[in-house]
Write a protein that binds this ligand. Structure first.
Ligand SMILES: [Zn+2]
Length: 335
């Protein structure tokens, strides 16, 4: 091949492209794809209202009838063990740790302002569902055995230790009502649709990854007689009588729970029906077939705040604990 000026120019241009221009494009111009922010970048937000967690907390132990002083972070570990299945993803366990820690702090703060709950006047928290379920490591060992302590308890401790002292804040204040529930059935609820007041960070959000949840599409059958008996037992003034000829949902909440339902000529709210019939959720459908009333409910619990199964599903899809908390508690920040 005859080497001409044209060939040399062609080689130079090709080399330039392959070894200088192309790498620059792939790495970012000048290779500074991940360069540090320059002096003109805004300064990171400095959070100044961080609350220090206490070293110890008083917890009323129902089983023993005593108030026990427990190292605070050990208490959080015992709550995560009591409130969430230990086979959940580490990021879900971390989200539970921050929610439980935040809830506990709010109880301590309230205790300082207006006293402890009448149910346990010597302690801001107790160890059962009245507050949060707590189990000590000794109780867990005798309940679940050595292997659980070596594997699952260690996993819980790692999750709590890695979020040590972290709390949720809304507008710079402690997010006092860090409520959670087992599963929502697909959508969580606005707080005012279930409880008395509207809390800005307890908004109805989608909870799309609850595939592994218990109490999905849970069906219960009642004879018309039993159905009327159970409702009259709980709400005697209504005098519902069988046969049941008509059940019609009148209204539903944003998250899909039954607000009002008409049964024959009486109107009940969904929560009343849930309580009277022992349903897992007020997210249900009802139908009459002859003298049998069939109710299919979805989800387990009140449906406000973080769905635990939803949190585990998000973790399985790659979300970290802060992303999980920021999804279920609208507008909160974790510090
Ligand atoms: Zn309590």
């Amino acid at each position: 091949m005859r080497i001409t000026k044209k060939t040399i120019l062609y080689i130079i241009i090709t080399e330039l492209f392959l070894f200088i221009i192309l790498p620059s494009i792939l790495l970012g111009i000048n290779g500074n794809f991940h360069k540090a922010p320059d002096s003109k970048s805004p300064a990171p937000e400095i959070f100044t209202n961080k609350i220090q967690t206490p070293e110890y907390i008083n917890v009323y132990r129902h089983t023993y009838g005593v108030t026990e002083s427990i190292p605070f972070e050990d208490y959080v570990k015992g709550v995560v063990a009591g409130e969430m299945p230990s086979n959940f993803e580490p990021e879900a366990l971390k989200a539970q740790a921050v929610a439980a820690r935040t809830y506990s702090l709010s109880k301590i703060t309230r205790s300082g302002q207006g006293g402890n709950p009448p149910a346990h006047p010597d302690a801001p928290l107790c160890d059962d569902t009245h507050c949060q379920v707590y189990r000590s490591v000794y109780e867990l060992k005798s309940l679940k055995g050595d292997q659980w302590i070596n594997e699952d308890w260690k996993k819980i401790c790692d999750a709590v230790d890695s979020t040590k002292g972290e709390l949720m804040y809304y507008n710079g204040q402690l997010a006092e009502q860090a409520l959670f529930h087992s599963s929502s059935g697909g959508h969580t609820e606005n707080s005012e649709d279930v409880f008395a007041s509207a809390v800005p960070y307890l908004r109805s959000v989608d909870s799309p990854y609850e595939e592994g949840a218990t109490h999905q599409q849970e069906t219960k059958h009642f004879s018309a007689k039993d159905f009327a008996y159970l409702l009259n037992l709980k709400y005697p003034g209504r005098n519902l009588s069988s046969p049941i000829n008509n059940i019609a949902v009148i209204s539903k909440s944003t998250g899909g729970r039954v607000e009002n339902i008409k049964i024959n000529n009486s109107t009940y709210n969904g929560r009343e029906l849930r309580d009277a019939l022992g349903l897992s959720s007020a997210n249900f459908q009802a139908s009459i077939n002859g003298s049998t009333i069939t109710i299919t409910s979805n989800g387990f619990g009140h449906g406000v705040g973080m769905s635990q199964y939803g949190a585990n599903g998000m973790a399985q899809k790659g979300s970290n604990y802060k992303q999980i908390l920021e999804h279920y508690y609208t507008g909160v920040k974790v510090y």
